[in-house]
Design a binder for this molecule. Structure first.
Ligand code: AMP
Ligand code: MG
Length: 320
């Protein structure tokens, strides 16, 4: 069933739709989200339908304030509290023991829930206008590149979401960093908008998750954030030489290359700027008609880790 999709900044319309169990695409500092009332399983089911997202992939719950955290989780460990104090509102999701009030559909049946307080002023205002937190994954069809503008959402979910709240281009541009606790130790589930180095400065060493993040074979989600055009990641001149007969667009940090197209993410060498532009560059490259997207390996520090993670997942689609 198709609906008319409106892009606008009418908060009361967005709140009205959410109260009625409907969907609204919302701007956040990371990427645009596809939001519904986190306490309403029927509303949440509509997110999975619109995205064609498998029900094994849990959603992040977006809260307006610290009090709302206590509605959705059973306990907040001291380290989690310290991280909230330092990084919220901001691009950090904490996976904590789930309260029974949160429907199982939100967490794919897990006993934990991912919680985040977003920093975008429009979405903060929306959260204050409704009496429930918002469950929201990224507002893209499952497996595709996340949207960083209202138009990206309309391009792919037009007809499936009645309202897109337009908050301008996302300022961080990659998804949140996701942390959880296993046997009392903090572990990284996904690198993202808050660099791991900054987290370690607050709580000390962060480990890699021993358990699978999701109740699925890891390979299934390796191919996430993927454009349709094949992506190769590695030394650019060598890859271009090996694929000399193909039309390639290069995604690089600072330097242009001898290729049909170039997406230089930050000539000045700023990883924040590079992250902000990454997904729009992937979309342009995908739409350019090129045979191949060739991406550089970014510096493995700060936001470079999140960039490399997303590029590797985009590349995994054809390799794995
Ligand atoms: P998205 O909002 O589309 O970036 O997807 C949310 C992601 O958050 C999921 O794909 C999971 O990787 C992660 N996530 C959400 N909730 C949990 C949880 N309870 N445990 C582990 N990972 C989670
Ligand atoms: Mg996503």
């Amino acid at each position: 069933m198709s609906v008319t999709t409106v892009i606008g900044t009418d908060l009361s319309e967005a709140a009205r739709l959410l109260r009625g169990g409907g969907l609204v695409a919302i701007p956040t500092e990371t990427v645009y989200g596809l939001a519904a009332n986190a306490y309403d399983a029927e509303a949440v089911l509509r997110i999975f339908e619109a995205k064609q997202r498998p029900a094994f992939d849990p959603l992040i719950v977006h809260v307006r304030d610290r009090a709302q955290v206590d509605e959705v989780v059973r306990a907040v460990p001291p380290e989690a509290q310290a991280l909230m104090d330092r990084f919220w509102p901001g691009p950090l999701t904490l996976v904590l023991p789930k309260a029974s009030r949160v429907p199982d559909l939100v967490t794919s049946g897990l006993d934990t829930v991912g919680v985040r307080m977003p920093a975008h002023p429009l979405t903060q205002e929306l959260l204050r206008a409704v009496p429930f937190p918002l469950a929201a994954p990224s507002a893209n069809p499952f497996g595709y590149v996340s949207p960083t503008t209202a138009q990206h959402v309309a391009d792919q979910l037009g007809g499936r979401v009645p309202y897109i709240l337009d908050g301008g281009p996302c300022t961080v541009g990659v998804e949140s960093t996701i942390l959880g606790w296993e046997d009392g130790t903090c572990v990284l589930y996904r690198p993202g908008g808050v660099p791991v180095e900054d987290i370690e400065a607050v709580i000390g060493r962060v480990g890699g998750g021993k358990r699978a993040v999701l109740p699925v074979a890891p390979g299934m989600l390796a191919s996430h954030y993927a454009p349709r055009t094949p992506v190769l990641i590695g030394p650019v001149p060598a890859l271009l030489a090996r694929h000399a007969h193909q039309r390639a667009v290069v995604i690089s940090f600072q330097q242009r290359h001898q290729a049909q197209g170039n997406e230089v993410l930050s000539p000045a060498g700023d990883l924040h700027e590079a992250a902000r532009g990454l997904f729009a560059a992937l979309r342009r490259a995908d739409a350019s008609g090129a045979d191949l997207i060739v991406a550089e390996v970014f510096p493995d520090e700060g936001l470079g880790r999140a960039i490399n993670d997303r590029l590797r997942r985009a590349a995994a689609k054809r390799e794995g």
